[in-house]
Design a protein around this ligand. Structure first.
Ligand code: NIG
Ligand code: FE
Length: 414
């Protein structure tokens, strides 16, 4: 199947195949071709350039993109979109004055989702999660990372990871799986958290690895959850089994999670709403990519990650949704991109870089996704007619997407 797009107002995020991530001042550039054509062949991007150089090809389908833009589909590198039920009641509790932490202390939060997951069949979890996956594809996401972490027992964690695998094989969107057994201390281990860490290291990680159910390993390094020492132990064990660390750090407190992540050569550190001077200094000297989750700060009314300062200090940055039932019940990357601009003062160019090529890097996918590059998968957003790409973050709340293509095929219209 060969598809030819003609008269594209702007073709965005054009990169050479060697580009894996963009950092610092370079993030303010978004390479583009005005009045462009693009050809996809089967699953991949085959050719593109200015309309003046359009080749003579026999296309199976021609799309006139007059007034419209094409950019890579969003790469959402941090979600928990496999879960059961919802936490709408906690949302109302927070409106009435309780904090996320207070709700968790009363047995709500992650443990609430774990109870709901426990009593829901694998088939039903799959159905509920499929709906969310289809929704984010329609919203322009072409690659997504999904974590376990609402199981908190060997059996239930494996159940979650099997659902993630089934989603990965049932839908064209690229899905990467992360094992997050260390998401919270389950009730039976409340007074002996180290025993739960032992269970993760001695039983869960070997099983996850043996069954090939995850590529990454994560932990919620936070007061009341997992200490930096426990996080390091889990990451080191995970690495010994071939899993790559990607870690929740500094959401509410700075307790050494960044340093633990650097020491264990994590691919990313995610959240970072609370940053000390030392955290900044250590992170900017490392290769670890920070991932900001603006929709989570929005929903919980907690501080925003100091993403502006990170970029100004020369760091690379990705943005992701954190789609989960407790802190971010939204997988809308368009909203995350807007919020990064509005609340974190990223420019549209920076936010689009953070949500495409850098998001792909944050999932080990930037060799095949995240930019308009010959040979990469044709995972693309065709916008509606818009005056400029800055309208994507500017007109927040509007749906400016006309069509989404994943692996060279348009998603069916609703
Ligand atoms: O990234 N911080 C830890 N994990 C999730 C929230 C999970 C939940 O509340 O269910 C997050 O915000
Ligand atoms: Fe998260």
């Amino acid at each position: 199947m060969r598809i030819l797009f003609k008269n594209i107002k702007q073709l965005l995020q054009i990169r050479g195949p060697e580009v894996r991530k963009i950092a610092g001042a370079d993030m303010s550039e978004l390479p583009a071709i005005e009045n462009a054509f693009l050809i996809t062949e089967n699953e991949r991007i085959a050719e593109f350039g200015p309309m003046t150089e359009i080749p003579n090809v026999n296309a199976d389908l021609e799309v006139d993109a007059t007034g419209k833009m094409i950019l890579p589909a969003w790469c959402d590198s941090h979600t928990h979109l496999v879960y059961a039920g919802n936490r709408e009641k906690e949302f109302v509790d927070r409106i009435r004055g309780l904090s996320y932490e207070e709700i968790a202390e009363r047995g709500g939060g992650i443990l609430n989702s774990a109870r709901q997951l426990e009593s829901t069949s694998e088939e039903d979890i799959y159905k509920q999660s499929s709906r969310r996956l289809k929704e984010i594809m329609r919203l322009g996401t072409g690659a997504v990372e999904i974590k376990s972490g609402y199981g908190l027992s060997s059996e239930a964690e494996l159940k979650m990871l099997r659902v993630i695998k089934r989603l990965a094989t049932s839908y064209p969107i690229e899905v990467k799986a992360t094992f997050l057994g260390a998401h919270a201390i389950p009730e039976p281990y409340r007074d002996q958290p180290d025993k739960y860490v032992d269970l993760i290291c001695d039983e869960m990680i070997p099983k996850v690895s043996e069954k090939g159910l995850a590529e990454f390993i994560d932990a919620f390094c936070e007061k009341g959850y997992f200490s930096a020492e426990q996080t390091k132990k889990i990451m080191k064990t995970g690495k010994a089994y071939g899993l790559i660390p990607k870690i929740h750090v500094n959401q509410f407190n700075s307790i050494g999670g960044i340093q633990a992540s650097i020491e264990t050569k994590a691919l990313t550190v995610d959240h970072l709403e609370v940053m000390t001077d030392q955290d900044f200094m250590d992170l900017e000297r490392s290769e670890v990519m920070p991932v900001a989750l603006p929709s989570c700060s929005y929903f919980l009314s907690i501080p925003y990650t100091p993403a502006r300062e990170m970029i100004d200090r020369g760091m690379a940055l990705a943005i992701a949704t954190d789609f989960n039932p407790g802190s971010t019940p939204s997988g809308n990357m368009n909203f995350a991109v807007s919020t990064a601009c509005i609340k974190m003062r990223l420019t549209p160019e920076e936010a689009i870089n953070a949500a495409t090529i850098n998001g792909a890097y944050a999932m080990n996918l930037s060799h095949s996704l995240g930019s308009v590059t010959r040979g990469k998968f044709a995972n693309l957003i065709l916008t509606k007619e818009i005056p400029s790409y800055g309208f994507l973050p500017y007109a927040f709340g509007s749906n400016l997407i006309d069509k989404v293509m994943i692996r060279g095929e348009f998603l069916p219209q609703e």
